[in-house]
Design a protein around this ligand. Structure first.
Ligand code: APR
Length: 304
């Protein structure tokens, strides 16, 4: 099996490291900066004897090297700086995504595409329009990251292992995202029975601003450790046909009442990509929040 990662920056290179450590597929990393993907791939390869993986990791500036990939993960583009919203990246990252998709069409048509570049839902929509793939084969990584952030905050607040927390965030990957605390639980115990409303509201708010909080600290870029973990988990579910249920930015054709939009919803991920979109029963206020999120994503889509 073969994975390709486009963009060898913070998110791309860390993703390649995580994928190599999964030891399930060879990995090719592409960037336009000469020497950078080659150097990082060599570095990751040289950890193989210590870490115990034996997949091939290669870096290249030549898109022809992505041929016959099972999945292409697209991280190419610019990242946020303090004070920028994800939407500020739109104009630059749309152009890059369209170029990257043209190369995917040329060299590895039929590969599943996982988008990561921000603004995520709009970029995912643009990628799905820029390829001839079925809609189920182009989806974005966002909700799994937002859910993991929410879970990590819940674990700290409750004082328990992060492994025991299960939570979900739907909607667009931006200020309008929709964390669902009513659906969250800790080892089967509903979150609202463990924390008071004020604490839950504070964690919801921190989740929505979690990416910006990291940008504020880093000053020169955005998050990459948790994003790369989420990407690797999604790629693994597809490659190994695990059929894990996780939120992804998927193309909606009537689901949740939305049409012709990519938005974060729970899906089953298997070897064909998005194998099923799960339609949750939402309370009226949750649905209203999802409507606002869909509207915000649509506004971005109109700008493409
Ligand atoms: N083909 C391949 N690589 C490209 C292209 C292209 N056409 N255009 C830009 N790149 C590369 C850049 O050279 C750079 O190495 O994409 C890489 C982006 O890396 P970083 O600047 O480190 O950004 P990163 O933190 O990895 O974030 C990438 O993911 O989470 C999102 O918001 C984030 O949109 C951003 C993306």
């Amino acid at each position: 099996m073969k994975l390709s990662v486009i963009g060898a920056g913070n998110v791309g290179a860390t993703t390649v490291q995580r994928l190599a450590e999964l030891n399930i597929a060879d990995v090719t990393m592409v960037d336009i900066v000469e020497g950078m993907p080659q150097g990082k791939a060599l570095d990751i390869s040289q950890a193989a004897p210590i870490m115990g993986y034996d997949v091939d990791v290669t870096g290249t500036n030549d898109y022809a090297d992505i041929e016959a990939s099972d999945i292409v993960i697209v991280t190419a583009g610019i990242a946020r700086k303090p004070g920028m919203s994800r939407d500020d990246l739109l104009a630059t990252n749309i152009k890059i995504t369209q170029q990257v998709c043209a190369s995917i069409e040329e060299y590895t048509p039929g590969s599943i595409i996982i988008t990561v570049t921000n603004p995520l839902d709009i970029i995912t929509y643009a990628a799905s329009k820029a390829t001839s793939l079925e809609r189920s084969k182009v989806f974005g990584m966002s909700g799994l990251l937002d859910s993991s952030r929410f879970e990590s905050f819940i674990a700290k607040e409750v004082g328990c292992s992060a492994k025991d927390v299960n939570a979900m965030v739907l909607g667009g990957h931006g200020d309008s995202m929709v964390p669902l605390p009513e659906h969250a639980n800790v080892s089967g115990m509903p979150l609202p029975e463990l924390l008071d409303k004020e604490s839950i509201d504070r964690l919801v708010d921190r989740t929505i601003n979690a990416g910006a909080e990291i940008v504020g600290h880093l000053k020169v870029g955005s998050a990459f450790y948790a994003p790369s973990a989420a990407i690797a988990s999604m790629a693994e579910s597809v490659l190994l046909d695990k059929k894990r249920i996780m939120p992804a930015s998927a193309y909606l054709n009537g689901e949740y009442g939305y049409n012709d939009i990519c938005l974060g919803v729970p899906v089953i991920l298997g070897k064909s990509g998005v194998e099923k979109i799960i339609e949750l029963e939402l309370k009226p206020e949750q649905k209203a929040a999802l409507d606002r999120s869909a509207e915000a994503v649509k506004e971005g889509i109109y700008k493409i």
